[in-house]
Design a protein around this ligand. Structure first.
Ligand code: GLC
Length: 447
């Protein structure tokens, strides 16, 4: 063993060797990391880029989003980064607004609510240049109009929603009932089934679950109750505020009456997923929710698999049915470092083939009308065809009228309605106050 101290030359050689190894390692590291952004410089545009997409986490949203995005990544030679966002639309909007106000490039593709194009449009690129005429014509025209802000196509429609009534067919059979056509029948049937099931030993059984938390979902529920009573749509298409009227007040009075009788008091903190949790565990006769809940209710691990039906929401005293239009769009951030690849991902995810896959696997309503005639889609989710008029007639929230003030408007609505539901305030008093508040926000209806 050589115990001699190393000579200076030897040391220099060793240093040079170590340096060469370090440089080599750095080079390998750079080469491995480089494809993401360097690839276009090698003449292969679009390859090896990482595109971040913000997916929802409601129900199967994230799984379905990931599957689609990863399929695009494989096909296009890019990579995707799935950013999970809260299930609540209101919480998600707050998060998006933080990212966008900070001009953060972290998220390239945003999943945006049907009511947000006016609110977020200024932060989103114009997708017009990426969508040819044939492709444009495939989407539902009303949704394309909704996603066009000041002439710019700021998003593409991904899936549509409308509020629907889920019911337990097995329990309706047991109690010799049929799906309720109006709210009076729903209230009576829910009470009867609840009484019967509790007497049979399920102390946790409730008649009707819905979304009563103070957030966007409550605005949807309230608009449906009020619309079905003929009480208008809170803010009309011409910007006029109309909510302090006897029918709107009667509708809210009805909903207040459900809390603690046929609806658990906890509904005051329910969003879509809490309502689904109770219904899917077999502890409710009826549920108001969006179509996504059907695929899950029919899932392998569902306690109510094969026992569920879907119908239009019940009508008000005048026989009018009302469902709110919901749904999600895909948009590309102006701060994205890879707008071309991000737009390609949006086109892939909103394509006919991908929408068909999502409709069959997860009952996401397509935004391309032709898919409602597709036999495989109809076989997987028969109610999509049967309830087509419900989807076609779904009522839009006033986002197109109030544009950038939508969240302020909706927050005023859900806050007042929540106060009625908790019993803190009367429906008449809150609707009067809401009317004044909305007029103030909208400068007397001029918006
Ligand atoms: C659903 C709808 C969306 C709505 C939200 C409210 O996700 O698609 O439009 O705003 O529910 O909770």
């Amino acid at each position: 063993m050589n115990t001699q101290p190393p000579s200076e030359q030897h040391l220099l050689r060793r240093c040079a060797g170590a340096l060469a190894i370090a440089v080599g390692l750095l080079l390998i590291g750079w080469l491995l990391a480089a494809p993401a952004d360097a690839a276009p410089r090698h003449g292969v545009p679009g390859h090896g880029v990482t595109v971040s997409i913000a997916c929802s986490s409601t129900g199967m949203d994230q799984v379905a989003c990931r599957e689609g995005a990863e399929a695009w990544a494989r096909q296009s030679g890019n990579r995707v980064n799935i950013v999970s966002t809260p299930s609540s639309a209101t919480a998600r909007l707050a998060l998006y607004q933080q990212f966008l106000a900070a001009r953060a490039p972290d998220i390239d593709v945003f999943t945006i609510d049907v009511v947000w194009p006016g609110l977020l449009g200024r932060y989103l690129i114009d997708l017009g240049a990426y969508v040819d005429a044939a492709r444009r014509a495939e989407y539902e025209p009303a949704l394309m109009r909704n996603d066009t802000v000041d002439g710019r196509l700021v998003a593409l429609p991904w899936f549509a929603d409308a509020g629907v009534l889920f019911y337990r067919q097995d329990l309706l059979d047991k109690y010799h009932l049929k799906p309720p056509d109006d709210w009076a029948a729903l209230s009576a049937d829910a009470a009867a089934i609840q009484r019967g099931e509790r007497a049979a030993g399920n102390a946790r059984f409730w008649g009707y679950v819905w979304q009563g938390r103070a957030y966007e979902g409550l605005t949807c529920n309230a608009l449906e109750w009020i619309g079905s009573f003929g009480g208008g749509s809170i803010i009309a298409a011409d910007g006029k505020v109309d909510v302090d009227n006897p029918r709107a007040i009667a509708a809210l009075h009805m909903a207040r009456g459900w809390v603690g009788t046929i609806t658990p008091p906890g509904v005051l903190n329910y969003s879509e997923e809490e309502a689904r949790g109770v219904f899917q565990a077999g502890n409710a006769a009826f549920m108001r929710n969006w179509p996504y809940a059907w695929a899950l209710a029919q899932g392998q691990d569902s306690a109510i698999r094969g026992k569920v039906g879907v119908a239009a929401l019940p009508a008000g005293p005048g026989g009018r049915h009302s469902a709110v239009l919901g749904g999600w769009q895909l948009a590309v951030s102006k701060f994205s470092a890879h707008p071309k690849q991000a737009a390609a991902l949006v086109l892939y995810l909103t394509s006919r083939a991908e929408q068909k896959r999502r409709a069959i696997a997860y009952t996401f309503n397509p935004t391309m009308p032709s898919l409602f005639d597709d036999p495989e889609v109809l076989a997987a989710a028969p109610f999509l065809g049967r309830l087509r008029p419900v989807f076609a007639d779904a009522v839009a929230r006033p986002s197109a009228v109030v544009k950038t003030r939508y969240n302020e408007v909706s927050a005023a609505i859900w806050t007042r309605v929540h106060a009625v539901l908790t019993g803190e305030a009367t429906a008449a008093g809150e609707m009067r106050a809401l009317s004044l508040e909305l007029r103030r926000i909208g400068h007397g209806g001029r918006w």
